[in-house]
Design a protein around this ligand. Structure first.
Ligand code: ZN
Length: 412
């Protein structure tokens, strides 16, 4: 918990009663707990009681009460991987992809990430802030209450620090909890073509200014972008500055990224679409969370999804993120991706819920969100559904009825 969270949290009290099903994510031995005929009592922005309505402490009667009409309530979703801080959009790429252009091909032609870099660097602070606020608002209305937000669309040291400053402003505004990640190493700018090592050396000069502001540093490790030879010294420098590590790995091929992530004790390795059994074993040994991004895989290469079942069977905790970004996953809404996570990753509703709540929290280094247990933040989503399986089943519609952060209604 950071002091900023205390600032976001009101001291309000609230009872949600007549909860048809309450998903708490309580307990380690039984990682998926559903209470029927339940109630939730929030005090000081935090969970005071979560359980059967018949067990609600008498003192709760003095708190304002909302009858949720037998609906489902769950922890707010934790989206552990987004790139929502940018200007512009790339709808023109839909037709290019239809003609067969690949991700790296568009990147090398100055499109892809580099097009968003140009638009973002040309935009004013208020333009970037306003565009990002709209996306964060969409995410909130679809049930995301904690969201990891990466920089990465400036690709030069000063520009990346500007984006970090804008991300801090958005974090301080609330109401969503933002976890900030410094992803200057998102792609290689044209100015440094063929010189990934030199680019990362220059970027590393910002780490002293990033420390204490971003929680994580992240690198796009992929053959043809950044490889282990330049990433290793870059992450060593980040660690010297006290920054925790996340790594984009194995999105387009098995580049040995999972083993590198494990070597650096990464909190998460993200994408993992092509991670090998040896890579999975390395993540398990390191306790690294695999953040799976089915929206992106579905958008770019639906024939090749991350091997979610293999991660689970190997004992690697998984999270599911939206990867919200203007190219390969143009959404802000993890809450509308749940049916696709289930269908494409071959996961049960219980596994999907775990991955988008507790799994996401672990992937952003937090234990106070992603569950509705006494002491956790009162971040709650009420769904227009009476069964926890419904949001993993019905697609194309936003089933969120109400969103609470720290016990305060923030959406709709
Ligand atoms: Zn990403």
């Amino acid at each position: 918990m950071s002091p900023r969270d205390e600032g976001l949290a009101p001291a309000g009290e609230l009872v949600l009663r007549n909860v048809g099903q309450l998903v708490t994510m309580a307990g380690q031995a039984v990682p998926f707990a559903v209470e029927a005929h339940a109630a939730l009592w929030l005090v000081g922005g935090r969970v005071q009681y979560a359980g059967p309505e018949s067990g609600l402490p008498p003192a709760a009667a003095k708190s304002p009460t909302v009858d949720v009409g037998g609906r489902l309530a769950t922890p707010g979703l934790v989206d552990a991987h987004t790139h929502l801080l940018y200007a512009g959009q790339r709808a023109q790429e839909v037709a290019l992809r239809a003609r067969g252009a690949g991700y790296l091909e568009m990147l090398q032609a100055g499109g892809g990430i580099l097009a968003t870099v140009a638009a973002t660097n040309a935009a004013s602070d208020s333009e970037v802030l306003d565009a990002t606020r709209r996306r964060l608002s969409e995410a909130l209305r679809a049930g995301t209450t904690t969201l990891e937000l990466k920089t990465g669309y400036a690709l030069d040291p000063a520009g990346e620090l500007r984006l970090l400053g804008l991300a801090e402003r958005l974090r301080d505004e609330g109401p969503m909890r933002l976890v900030l990640t410094y992803l200057g190493a998102h792609a290689l700018p044209a100015s440094h073509a063929g010189q990934p090592g030199r680019f990362l050396e220059e970027l590393a000069t910002t780490h002293a200014a990033v420390a204490g502001r971003a929680q994580f540093v992240d690198v796009f490790l992929e053959p043809g972008v950044f490889g282990p030879a330049e990433v290793d010294p870059y992450l060593a420098d980040a660690r010297r500055h006290g920054l925790a590590v996340k790594v984009h790995v194995d999105e387009l091929q098995d580049g040995g990224g999972a083993a590198l992530a494990a070597r650096w004790g990464a909190v998460s390795a993200d994408h993992c679409a092509y991670t090998s059994p040896a890579g999975i074993a390395a993540l398990q040994a390191a306790g690294t969370v695999a953040v799976l991004l089915p929206g992106t895989a579905g958008y770019l290469h639906p024939e090749h999804m991350a091997p979610a079942r293999q991660f689970l069977e190997a004992g690697v905790p998984i999270a599911i993120g939206s990867d919200g970004n203007p190219g390969s996953s143009p959404t802000s809404c993890l809450g509308t991706l749940l049916p696709w996570a289930a269908a494409w990753l071959h996961l049960t509703p219980e596994e999907v819920w775990t991955a988008v709540t507790r799994g996401g929290a672990r992937a952003v280094g937090r234990t106070d969100v992603g569950q509705l247990t006494p002491g956790s933040w009162g971040d709650v989503v009420v769904w227009d559904a009476d069964d926890y399986r419904v949001p993993c089943y019905r697609y194309g519609t936003n089933l969120v009825q109400a969103v609470y952060v720290s016990g305060r209604q923030v959406a709709p």
